[in-house]
Write a protein that binds this ligand. Structure first.
Ligand code: URP
Ligand code: ZN
Ligand code: ZN
Length: 468
């Protein structure tokens, strides 16, 4: 192996979750080989003066080409989703291999590999969704899959086709404890939602904004508390995903203050959207239907505050891409349907980092927290560190050269996903990626996608979760 460098990033103002230093970054064979001043010349060089140089983002919660029931279809597959991700500074994604009831986990994983292969532009891991924890799944499949590099899985406390009952939750948590995996919990009380939905529909309330009435904060708060109690009972860490506001945060703080290993994730939609974005009757509100729903400005502030205070470990997009004008998307069968039949989820892979970075600009969190929440911690929790999540000798050269002064008005026309809208249309942010490298290869240069080699992204088997 030659000692020559393939690529040097000059004058880098490197920011990791813990440090900030100026140096040149030398890259060889897709990895960071040297950090230092005045590194030898390389065939390819890039001057990063005036920019921040950050580890590529790791999006620990997104949905791509996930098989859907009832004629629905996600707009993004592994190509368009990862294209969009890298244009927003994310160089690793971790979507979900979702088990359906009656299906083995292995079948779900095999199917998902077929969907990813030959399509991904950047590296990816898989979480599992465990929807049918049969004795065979618990005793055989999960332990084997954990050993094979699928060390995190999501369980749902709502959605009829995915939800687990309390007993099943305990069974899954117990396997996670025994084999060292991390369980992600979608915490909303299914029966409360069903009861409220029935009453709303019975009173003729069908419009998209009633989605938020059917899933008030108390529904999330109760399930969050119950999940925390289960984690205490089984004595295992859990990660509560897509936390939407003050009520659930209060429960998480409570668990954390008791010394329980309760981790939490939030998403930009809970800082930038409110229930008002679901409209007051117009169907376009369907564009912002996601679960839990966005809340109100006071809850947005609670999320920002909790971020600064370290309640959250990660910020993910929960990119769940359904086009608006699509009979397989937000208008199932081409119709405007009642709120309970609108597919849940919004797109956000490309806007995750710029929206959160704007919080840095506004003094809501530090630059190091930004890197920690969007890159280091997801890499650690999902067993990809130190290969991903930092800039250090030996790490993959997944690097974002970030322009902290670039002002951008977000518009769907300039995003790279395959969804026909963004919920953030018209929002102005300062800070956008200028260049993005994945394993030393420049995929985005001067803000433009320059590589479209579908399939260059590699599957990353995950190590054990690191909670430090
Ligand atoms: O509404 C949402 N969040 N859709 C995506 C699926 C999930 O629960 O994360
Ligand atoms: Zn969820
Ligand atoms: Zn999700």
């Amino acid at each position: 192996m030659s000692n020559d460098l393939d690529f040097v990033i000059r004058h880098a103002d490197v920011v990791t979750a813990s440090d900030r230093f100026s140096c040149d970054i030398g890259i060889r064979d897709g990895r960071v080989a040297m950090l230092g001043q005045g590194l030898p010349r390389a065939p390819r060089e890039l001057d990063a003066s005036g920019m921040l140089v950050l580890p590529g983002g790791v999006d620990g919660h997104c949905h791509l080409d996930q098989p859907m029931p009832d004629g629905l279809r996600m707009a993004d597959d592994f190509f368009t989703g990862t294209r969009s991700a890298v244009c927003g500074g994310t160089t690793t994604v971790i979507p979900f291999a979702a088990q359906h009831k009656g299906q083995t986990l292995q079948a779900a994983v095999d199917d998902y590999h077929r969907r990813a292969e030959g399509r991904a532009l950047i590296d990816y891991g898989f979480h599992l969704i465990v929807a049918d924890p049969t004795p065979h799944v618990l005793a055989e499949e999960l332990p084997r899959l954990i050993a094979d590099g699928y060390t995190s899985f999501k369980v749902y406390m709502t959605y009829d086709d995915l939800k687990l009952n309390d007993r099943e939750m305990l069974d899954v948590l117990s396997v996670a404890r025994q084999h060292g995996a991390l369980v992600m919990v979608h915490a909303e009380n299914s029966d409360c939602i069903g009861w409220l939905t029935e009453r709303l529909l019975g009173n003729g309330h069908q419009a998209p904004h009633f989605h938020a009435h059917a899933r008030p904060a108390v529904v999330e708060r109760e399930a969050t508390h119950r999940a925390i109690a289960f984690a205490e009972l089984v004595d295992v860490p859990i990660l509560i995903v897509h936390v939407s506001g003050a009520d659930a945060i209060e429960q998480i703080r409570w668990g954390q203050s008791r010394g329980l290993p309760i981790l939490a994730e939030t998403c930009p939609q809970y800082m930038y959207l409110t229930a008002a974005d679901l409209g007051c009757g117009e169907y376009e509100g369907a564009k912002c239907v996601c679960s839990p729903p966005p809340r109100d400005p006071a809850n947005q502030q609670a999320v920002w505050r909790a971020l600064r205070q370290g309640v959250f470990s990660i910020v993910s997009s929960d990119h769940a891409p359904f086009s608006y004008d699509d009979p397989q998307g937000k208008k199932p069968g081409g119709k405007q349907v009642s709120f309970d039949h609108i597919p849940n989820g919004i797109p956000g892979l490309e806007t995750r980092l710029p929206l959160l970075f704007d919080g840095v600009r506004q003094g809501r969190l530090s630059l190091h927290q930004f890197v920690e929440l969007t890159s280091l911690r997801p890499a650690k929790l999902y067993g990809l560190y130190p290969r991903k999540g930092t800039i250090a000798v030996g790490a993959d050269a997944d690097i974002v050269v970030w322009d902290p002064e670039k002002r951008v008005k977000i518009g769907n026309a300039s995003l790279h996903h395959a969804v026909d809208y963004t919920p953030y249309e018209g929002i102005e942010v300062t800070g956008w990626p200028r260049h993005c490298l994945s394993r030393g290869e420049v995929l985005v240069e001067d803000g433009k996608l320059v590589t479209t080699t579908a399939g260059r992204g590699r599957f990353l088997p995950a190590g054990k979760p690191c909670l430090d």
